[in-house]
Design a protein around this ligand. Sequence first.
Ligand code: DGL
Length: 260
Amino acid sequence: DSGVGGLSILDEALRQLPQHDYIYLADSANAPYGEKSSDWIAARSLSLCKHLASIGCDAIVVACNTATAEAIKQIRSEISIPIIGVEPGIKPAAMQSQNNIVGVLATEATLKSDKFNALLNTLPNDCHFIKQAGAGLVPMIESGQADSEDTLELLAKHLEPIQDAGADTLVLGCTHYPFLSKAIRKLLGESITLIDTSEAVVRQLKRQLESVNKHNHAQEFGSVVLLSSKDEDSLLLMAYDLMSADLTAHLVKARVLGEV
Ligand code: DGL
């Protein structure tokens, strides 16, 4: 991921598949990706994935909606191990919404991407989507302020059009946003359905590992290596802070990501 957002996917992976060894790569020196150009996001995502493949990963989860939208096709065409992407859950949202009004909170790059718009076009048009770019939210989460008053204020501004439209369902279209669930509930109440695809993404990871015979492991708990392009100590602290998985059951190490 561009930073700590993909920890929401890692959290779910440790719950469903604790026996595997994980390398988590946070490109925090370059976050946020969501306001960068398509070409930049595609090139950077591809070189990071090549790095992960070169150090021996059996599969890669592109735990970022923005990188998936801009780069997954190219990554899959250049790397031969299973590559699992994440996309905003607009399809499950359309199925679960009772009033057919669905909010989608994602990065600007994701909302503008061809991939997202192609996905949107596959859905029946009786569901109304209110798309909102969450500008500024990722840097707040990256700086450890997911629960701060300033974040709540910014989030309230972004959620206003979604709330005004009467959405009963909200798609968390960026892997950073599950860490705002508490703040979102504070603003929108308990009745709104929040759609987070991490569970489905990890189920897909399991299927893909099975398909290449890499799923079985003798160990109960694997290791977790956290790589950061910015500050490995703060990534480690954030992981303990943001994740609900019991990290103490795993051997956890944090390292700096060198030149990639
Ligand atoms: N977590 C990312 C996503 O899912 C990217 C956020 C960003 O860097 O803008 O889209």
